[in-house]
Each structure stands twice: as C-alpha cells, then as structure tokens.
Design a protein around this ligand. Sequence first.
Ligand code: ADQ
Length: 475
Amino acid sequence: MGRVVVVSNRVAVPRRGEPSAGGLAVALKDVLKASGGLWFGWSGETRKNPTLEPRQVRAGGIDYATIDLSDEDHKGFYAGYSNNTLWPLFHFRLGLMEYDRAEAASYRKVNRDFAQALLPLLGPEDTVWIHDYQMIPMAAELRALGAQQRIGFFLHIPFPPFAVLSALPDAERLLRDLLAYDLVGVQTKRDLAGMINCFQDGLGLTPDATGGVRGEVAGQMRRAQLSAHPIGIDTRGFATLARKAAYGPETQRLTASMGDRALIVGAERLDYTKGLPHRMRGFAALLANFPEHLNKVTYLQVAARSRNEVASYRNLRRELDSLAGRINGDYAEFDWTPVRYVARAVARDTLAGFYRAARVGLVTPLRDGMNLVAKEYVAAQDPEDPGVLVLSSFAGAAETMEGALLVNPLDAEAMGETLDKALKMPLPERRERWENMMRGLEEQTATRWAESFLAELEELPLPEQDLLWAAPTRS
Ligand code: ADQ
C-alpha cells in the first residue's frame, strides 16, 4: 500500500510556540503518520508571481508541501468564489451569494495550479484525499494531467439539493467535477440525499445499486462512489482537556464571577451560518417570557472573528454588537450582565473549561455540515452533573445526537422555551441524555472517521475504472 496524501486549502504545518491543533488535524496527522504520508496545500502566504514549486518540510513523521498564492488568485479563489459564492450557496443562503465570472475562473486556475504542483510528488500507489469546497475541481484537473491514483473527496459543509445548487451558473460543471473522484464523502444522510438529487436533476445520473454514479469527466468515463461519513472529535482527549481546564485560572475566574447563576455557553467562528443573532433573540425570549430566570442566568458567547475581508461578515459583527447591547440595556441589573459577548478566539483548553462550567451548551446554526462544538460540549461535561445540549435541527450533528434538545433557530420563542426546559431539567434526565450522546461520541471519533473513509476508498475496485476508460471520449 502507498502513502496517504491529504490535500486541503490550508495546511496545519506544526509551528513552534503555537497551541496544539484541533481534533480534525490530529486525526488526519494520525493517518498520515501511519502511512508515512504527505499533506499538501496552500501555505497561507501570498506573494507576487509565486512558483508552483512546493516548499517541503518534514515534521513529526509527516511530509508537508505547500505553495503560495498570488494576491489576485487569493482574492478571486478564496475570498471570492470559495467564500462569497460556494459557502453561502452550500449553506442555503442564496440571498448572500454573489457570482463573478473572473472569480470562478480564478477558482479553476488555483485548482489547476494545485494539481500541477502536486502531480510530480505523487507515487503510483498513493491514495489522495482532497478536502472541502475550495478544492472540488482538483481531481478533474489531476485526471486531465493523467493521474490514475485513487482519489477521494470529503465535503465538510452541507450539500444542498438541486433546487438550491442550480442557482450557480457553474452547477453542472461542479457536479461533473465530482465524478473524477473514486469516493465522494459527505457528513450526513441529508447531505447524501441532496447530492443524489443534484446528480439526478442536474446531470440525469441515477446512482447504481451500490451507491455509485457513472458519467463523463475530463474526457473519461468514471464511476464515483457516494457515501456519508459523519465526522467526530477526539472524545477522550477532549474530556481529559476539560477535566484539567476546570481547575485552570480562566475557568476559575469565570465560575467565581457567576456566583450561583447558571451559565449558557455558545462558541464559534463569527459566521452568518451559525445563527448568532437568532440565538441572542432566543435568549432574549427566555428573559422576556420566563422572568424567573432574570438575574439567575448568564449567556456567554465566544465568537472568533473570521473572514473579515467579506462584507457580510463585517455586517454580522455590527448586528451582534448592537443586539448584545440592546439585550443588556433592556435586562441588565447593576450587578448582572445577561449577555457576555467576547468577539475573539480563545485557547482550546480555556474553551473546554468554559463548556464544562456551563449548564447549557447553546449550538444553533442555521445550517452546518456537522458542528464540532456540539460534540465538544458533550465530551467536556462532568459525568456526575452534566449540562444540557440545545441543538439546532439544521446542524449535521442533530442526525445522531439524540440526547440533545432540538430547536428551530428561526423560532425565538421556541428557543426561549427550550432554554427554560434545559435550565430546569432534573439531574437523572440530564445524565440519561448525556450518557446516550457520549456513547455515540466514543464510537464515532475523528480517528474512526478518517479510517473508515480511507478504508472505503482503498477497497473500491480500481480495475473497474480501466474498463470504463474505454468508453467514448470527448473530442
Ligand atoms: P467550522 O464551521 O469551523 O467547521 P465547527 O465544526 O463547529 O465549525 O468547528 C469549530 C472549531 O473551532 C471547534 O473545534 C471549536 O472548538 C473551535 N472554536 C469555536 N469557537 C472558538 C473560539 N471563539 N475560539 C477558539 N476556538 C473556537 C467546518 C464545518 C462544520 C464541520 C467542521 C468539521 O462548517 O460543519 O463540523 O468543518 O468537518
């Protein structure tokens, strides 16, 4: 068996003095280490006239190869097409989606550049695993250059049905690009249904009995297997982190400042898919409709700033500043601030301690591929006195986390009622719900996710592709 080669837009090259990476990077590094693998992608740097000669370093038994992007490509490919077109589209936010032909061309060019830079580094036996929406056309570009290795793709964000995807002028091409992969993985059954619907309505391709679709791409007939592989976290590792962090200075300061009030916690990147304004309105509905919680509960929202170069993110920031100010203005007492809003990233162990200190984890995205915060919150709890997860039914995590209280984030009153229920939930019910979720999290870890995806990819019969090779090619 050859190496595993991971490709992602950003590469987690270890740097001295930087905090340890999250569960996803750890899981990928484990599979890379086991196969003597390579991680390839963008360096995070932009420069004038970058070359396609990758910079290579070796660290912790893994090879890293990265290339730089020009400012222009970074703007068109990353800020433009990836984050201003595909991100809102795949999260069902057509009103926020913009489209620009030059940016679409830049997206394609960067994917072609990535393919050209990676190809000379690939051995014939390698298995390539490409990640996320920034890189969808990369396998088609590799195939056009003659790559015959097994190539898999995993989409971390939702996959919408064709009624939504068809708003994209390049929808059919993007779907055809997926056929260049041997395996296309998504997070949930709902995403799988969306993708199958797109192949049917967009390209007229129906999956065969074993869940694969066949069609032409880059002048070849190919078959792509489609399947759902829900991502997990390093459950044990995160639980240990939270247990230790509970005694750390930050968590101690937080709990001391709370007195005997209950804590509701929310944490994410400051992103419009995460439903932050809706969450603040839901919390306001709790205070308005259940006055017994006044001066008895505090909502701490930690929101790391993100993608500041995109206007919709700057607008969100302004909206949240004003909402938090208004709720506090309406309800605060001289000794109580209902909303504590911290607009920056905090260290991983600090966050773990905050989750553990919170009676309620409030995770209410409008759409989310999976949502790891929901899983981290549960893993962080004290088994003797666990908190309650309030979770949006539009997060991928809702498909498997049956112990959570599910809400529709658009219904502020319902969110207020659910928060009231969570705050009043007796210990036996909290324990039962928590144990139910924890069992699932211990089975579905990040490592299990990576291994099961790669096992499915490596078991796919390659010779079949050779047979398909003989099919008519494009002139
Ligand atoms: P994201 O959209 O980034 O991931 P998520 O899965 O919740 O969302 O992961 C966020 C990570 O950042 C978590 O590990 C969390 O602890 C951390 N984090 C959140 N707020 C933070 C803060 N203020 N400071 C520091 N760290 C913070 C994408 C998809 C998701 C999918 C993942 C993995 O959008 O749906 O679950 O990839 O596939």
